[in-house]
Design a protein around this ligand. Structure first.
Ligand code: FES
Ligand code: FES
Length: 151
C-alpha cells in the first residue's frame, strides 16, 4: 500500500504494509539512519524521533498511525547542514562512547529544552528516564544538555 508522510520537511511516499513500524520506514525506505533499532519494544529510546514536536518511540509506531503529522529525525535538527546547538554540545562534551543511544538522547533532550530552556538537574534526569545508555555515559549526556541549556 502506498503511504504518504512528511519527514524532515519533505513529503515522501513509501510502498509498505500499514503495520510497518515508522523506524523501519525511516531507516530502510528513506535512508535516515539517525534513529536506531535497540529493543523494538519502546523500552530503550534508541529509535526516538519527533512526531509533531513530541518525542515518540518510532519502533512501536505503525506507519499508518502517523497520518499527516510531521516526523523529525536527528538529521532534521541540522541547521544549514551543521549540528544545532544541542547536537554540538553532545560533540563538545564527547557524550558518545559507542554512540548507539545518542540520536535518541538528542531527540529526547531537544523536546525538553524547547519546553524548558533552563531545566534543573532533576528535571533533566526525570525527562531522560525513558532513554538508556548501555555504555554508561549518562554524566556526559547530562553535561551536554546543560551546556546547550546555558549556551
Ligand atoms: S528501539 Fe525503540 S525504544 Fe528501543
Ligand atoms: S554511548 Fe553506547 S549506548 Fe550510549
Amino acid at each position: 500500500m502506498t503511504i504518504s508522510l512528511k519527514v524532515n520537511g519533505k513529503s515522501q511516499q513509501v510502498d509498505t504494509d500499514p503495520s510497518t513500524p515508522l523506524l523501519y520506514v525511516l531507516r530502510n525506505d528513506l535512508g535516515l539512519h539517525g534513529p536506531k533499532f535497540g529493543c523494538g519494544l519502546g523500552q530503550c529510546g534508541a529509535c526516538m524521533v519527533h512526531v509533531d514536536g513530541k518525542a515518540a518511540f518510532s519502533c512501536v509506531l505503525p506507519i499508518a498511525a502517523v497520518g499527516d503529522r510531521e516526523v523529525t529525525t536527528l538529521e532534521g535538527l541540522l541547521e544549514n547542514g551543521k549540528p544545532n546547538k544541542l547536537q554540538q554540545a553532545f560533540i563538545d562534551e564527547e557524550a558518545a562512547q559507542c554512540g548507539y543511544c545518542i540520536s535518541g538522547m538528542v531527540m529526547r533532550a531537544q523536546v525538553l529544552l524547547k519546553e524548558k530552556p533552563h531545566p534543573t538537574d532533576e528535571e533533566i534526569r526525570h525527562h531522560m528516564r525513558t532513554n538508556l545508555c548501555r555504555c554508561g555515559t549518562h554524566a556526559a549526556i547530562m553535561r551536554a544538555i546543560k551546556r546547550a541549556a546555558v549556551a
